[in-house]
Design a protein around this ligand. Sequence first.
Ligand SMILES: O=P(O)(O)OC[C@H]1O[C@H](OP(=O)(O)OP(=O)(O)O)[C@H](O)[C@@H]1O
Ligand SMILES: Nc1nc2[nH]cnc2c(=O)[nH]1
Length: 191
Amino acid sequence: MPVAAAPETVTCRDERFRLYLDEEAISNRIAELGAQIDEDYAETDTPPIFIGVLNGAYIFTADLMRAVTVDCEVDFYKLSSYGEAKVSSGTVTERKGIDADLEGRHVIVVEDIVDTGLSMRYVLDQISEKNPASLRSAALLRKPDALKVDAPVDYLGFDIDNLFVIGYGLDYGQIARNLPAVYILDEEEGE
Ligand SMILES: O=P(O)(O)OC[C@H]1O[C@H](OP(=O)(O)OP(=O)(O)O)[C@H](O)[C@@H]1O
Ligand SMILES: Nc1nc2[nH]cnc2c(=O)[nH]1
């Protein structure tokens, strides 16, 4: 069945967003990240476990895992810090902890986006305390000009401009996560 091309612009909550990363760019980059993870974990004694950070990373986690061919597991952590707003509240709130026992495991934290870096920093600090065998991180997007804390990303999709983005799991007041591509706030219209 033919798949319709992603539209060039979308309106979400009365603000206009323009296409920034299309489905092909996203899937090509994820294939590269998957190949890198395969190489890095080919020899490990136990399968790596991906810890997806809900809600935003649910789509990226699923696609990244399917780009990996080594045995691997998945679990999820749920945080929130943005609520309905386009800027961070500055406080990371834990909504659901991790069920899996991470002691001695090779852990890869998966985020959709590293913006201020507060969420990634929070997760890395929490998981470090569980004594994993190794700890790495993946993020589809990172805004280098917005970083406020050290938040290392081992498997990075794209560095992007410092503007609000939606789609491919990323929401605006909980909607727009189902857009198949990443859209960025149209500067002429907003902020
Ligand atoms: O680097 P930061 O400034 O911390 O921003 C990144 C975080 O913001 C988003 O989560 P959000 O709090 O919006 O919750 P959501 O994942 O449910 O959308 C995103 O999914 C990251 O977890
Ligand atoms: N939807 C969305 N969530 C975010 N969380 C942190 N930065 C962003 C962003 O640019 N867009």
